[in-house]
Every structure is written in structure tokens, then in C-alpha cells.
Design a protein around this ligand. Structure first.
Ligand code: NAD
Ligand code: ZN
Length: 343
């Protein structure tokens, strides 16, 4: 089969011919229809510092995908051949305290599909049946392909009650854009989103943001006067930029709640006065809830959530270089690659 492979410890990726994997006990074999490019894939492509200490080549990338079950391993119940599925990208241990307490998203022993084991940038992928998420017929494959990052956005946005609240999102990457849409969908009041990229801020506005800010031209603190509010009730840090995080803390209302999704550098400073004297609640967000977030995402799309507004590019897999260039430029929302020949 053909697969997009990180062949060696160096920048770049290549399409290679590799053996089709086989489904072992408890696993299924999926024939891929679509695979979306994640920021993580871009890091691995570019071979940044994180990739160098995390990835062991050769590795097939890809953890945002959708396809159909073509083979079912021993002991798997509840799935059938031909069924269309996506999958949770974190394979958990199943035996630790958190897994057994029904909180597998907090498992300390997770393995990442397309990060620590071969992933879905291929014609076929094997995943544990416990990770599957069936996709209803009404949801097109190009949207189901990026339920994984939709899940990051949903997990973060649904962490705190947003109804009637004033929400600040820093970072209008694909996840920030979708989070702005979710805030609108569930009934937030002001939904302010910041970035340094006008293309992405426009996408966020179409998705539901009520005010966008390019922090290269405007100051976040000026928005409080404009909106006539003392501060934001809920913050979602989705840029990974320490300056954005610092500005967010400054703009929070007393008693506000902050969800941290963006990966901040280790040495990112925090003005603890902002957290302590305002009594802020700060919550780290990793992955998605298994599988309540997947349930909520599916039902939101089935009841009119406009996920398609976050999808800007669909390309044949052979054009993957174009997709990675788009991701590196930031002039895109989600970029979805096709394995079926339909695009
Ligand atoms: P992304 O890199 O596409 O988006 C980040 C956005 O932040 C970009 O559009 C960038 O222009 C913007 N930005 C940069 N500086 C800024 C500033 N000073 N103020 C405001 N915005 C600024 O990433 P994404 O795929 O949307 O993911 C968002 C973040 O979440 C990333 O840091 C990613 O690594 C992280 N992430 C975390 C998890 C998790 O489980 N915690 C999962 C997926 C992604
Ligand atoms: Zn576990």
C-alpha cells in the first residue's frame, strides 16, 4: 500500500510503498478515505525539536482520518465490515487508575496514533476497536476526517459553561476557529478571538466570532472598553504564544475561568497576581473526553453546527507537499487529503 512516511531523522516526508498492516486481536483494519493534516504532522514534517525527541522513524504519520472497516480482528464486537469510522488518536492503557475510573483522557500511558505507532496517512491503518467512532451517514467524510481537532476544540469549549458569557479565544488556528463556532452554537454573548493572521480571523468571524482582533494592529485591553465589560468570563488559550496567554490573564474578569489548550513553551512566564488576586480557575486541556466529546461533536454536526466552515482545502494525497506548504503559511483552515481519487 501507499503511505506518507517519515523515513529518517531529518526534515521531509515521502510517499512509500509499504506492507498492508494486519488487524490483531481487538483491532480492526480501516481502508482510508480522507486524512487531515494536523499542526503536529507539520512539526514532524519540519523535524522540530519536539519531533526530534518524540518520533522514531520510520513512521507513518496521521491521526485525523476517516475510512471504512475492511477487516475485523478476533474478539471485536459491535462493528461490521464496510462501516464508516473515525478514531480517537490516543490509545490508552486501560488498566491505570484513571482508565479504570472512566477518565481515559487522563491516562498517563497513552500512545499516539501517527506519533508513537503507524497512523492514517496511508491506504490502510490498524487501530484498536475501542478507539473507533462510527460516523452517521449524514456527515460527509471530508468533515469526519477532522473530528480529532474538532474534539480538541469541543473538549476545551465545553469545559466551562458558556451560556450568556463573554468569551476570549487567543489563536485562530483551526482549533480556535472551531471553538469560536462552538461558543456561538451554545449561546455565548461576546466571542472575541485574536490572532496575527487576517485570513484566519475572517474564518473565525464566519464561524461565529462576534469580534476579531489582529494583535499586530489592535490591543486586546482596548476591547474591554469597546464592549463595556470589566473582563472576560471564560478564556481559551489556543495559540501557544506566551504573549497571548499573558494578555488573556490581564483581560479576565474576577472569578473567570481559563482553559489552556495551546502548547506553551516551558519557560512561558505567568503573572501569578492575575491568577491569585482575581481568583481565576485555570484548567489544562489535553485531547478529548473518551467518548463523551465525540458524542457531543457528532450531535452538534447533526443539529446544524457549521463545521464545514473550518474546511478550506481538499487535495489529492499526491499533492501532500502543497498541503504542508499551506499549513506552514497559515493561509488555511483545515486541509484534508483524499485517498479515493474523488478529489
Ligand atoms: P495553529 O498553530 O494552527 O494555531 C495557532 C494560531 O495562533 C495561529 O493561527 C497563529 O497565527 C496564532 N497566534 C500566534 N501568535 C499569536 C498571538 N500573539 N496572539 C494570538 N494568536 C496568535 O494550531 P491549532 O492546530 O489551531 O492548535 C492550537 C494550539 O493547540 C497549538 O498550540 C497546538 O499545538 C495545540 N494543541 C493542543 C492539543 C491538546 O491536546 N492540548 C491538541 C491539539 C493542538
Ligand atoms: Zn490508562
Amino acid at each position: 500500500m501507499r503511505a506518507l512516511v517519515k523515513p529518517a531523522a531529518a526534515p521531509g516526508l515521502e510517499i512509500q510503498e509499504v506492507p498492508v498492516p494486519t488487524a490483531g486481536a481487538g483491532e480492526v483494519l480501516i481502508k482510508l478515505e480522507k486524512t487531515a493534516i494536523c499542526g503536529t504532522d507539520l512539526h514532524i514534517y519540519q523535524w522540530d525539536e519536539w519531533s526530534q525527541r518524540t518520533i522514531e522513524p520510520p513512521l507513518i504519520l496521521g491521526h485525523e482520518f476517516v475510512g471504512r472497516i475492511v477487516d475485523i480482528g478476533d474478539g471485536v464486537r459491535g462493528y461490521e465490515q464496510g462501516q464508516r469510522v473515525s478514531a480517537e488518536g490516543h490509545v490508552v492503557c486501560g488498566v491505570c487508575r484513571n482508565c479504570r475510573a472512566g477518565k481515559p483522557h487522563l491516562c498517563p500511558h497513552t500512545e499516539g496514533i501517527g506519533v508513537n505507532r503507524d497512523g492514517g496517512f496511508a491506504e490502510y491503518v490498524v487501530v484498536p476497536a475501542t478507539n473507533l467512532w462510527p460516523i452517521p451517514d449524514e456527515i460527509p467524510s471530508e468533515l469526519a476526517a477532522f473530528f480529532d481537532p474538532f474534539g480538541n476544540a469541543a473538549h476545551c469549549a465545553l469545559q466551562f459553561d458558556l451560556v450568556g458569557e463573554d468569551v476570549l479565544i487567543t489563536g485562530a488556528g483551526p482549533i480556535g476557529i472551531i471553538a469560536a463556532g462552538i461558543a456561538k452554537h451554545v449561546g455565548a454573548r461576546h466571542i472575541v478571538i485574536s490572532d496575527i493572521n487576517d485570513y484566519r480571523l475572517d474564518l473565525a468571524r464566519e464561524m461565529g466570532a462576534t469580534r476579531t482582533i489582529n494583535v499586530q494592529r489592535e490591543k486586546l485591553t482596548d476591547i474591554l472598553d469597546e464592549l463595556d465589560i470589566d473582563g472576560f468570563d471564560v478564556g481559551m488559550e489556543m495559540s501557544g504564544n506566551p504573549h497571548a496567554f499573558r494578555d488573556m490573564l490581564t483581560c479576565m474578569y474576577h472569578g473567570g475561568k481559563v482553559a489552556l489548550l495551546g502548547l506553551l513553551p516551558k519557560d512561558a512566564g505567568v503573572n501569578w497576581d492575575q491568577v491569585i488576586f482575581k481568583g481565576l480557575e485555570v484548567h489544562g486541556i489535553y485531547g478529548r473526553r473518551m467518548y463523551e466529546t465525540w458524542y457531543k461533536m457528532t450531535q452538534m454536526v447533526l443539529t446544524g453546527f457549521p463545521l464545514e466552515k473550518a474546511l478550506t482545502h481538499q487535495i489529492p494525497i499526491d499533492d501532500f507537499e502543497t498541503g504542508f506548504e499551506l499549513m506552514a503559511s497559515g493561509q488555511c483552515g483545515k486541509v484534508v487529503c483524499d485517498w479515493t481519487g474523488e478529489v
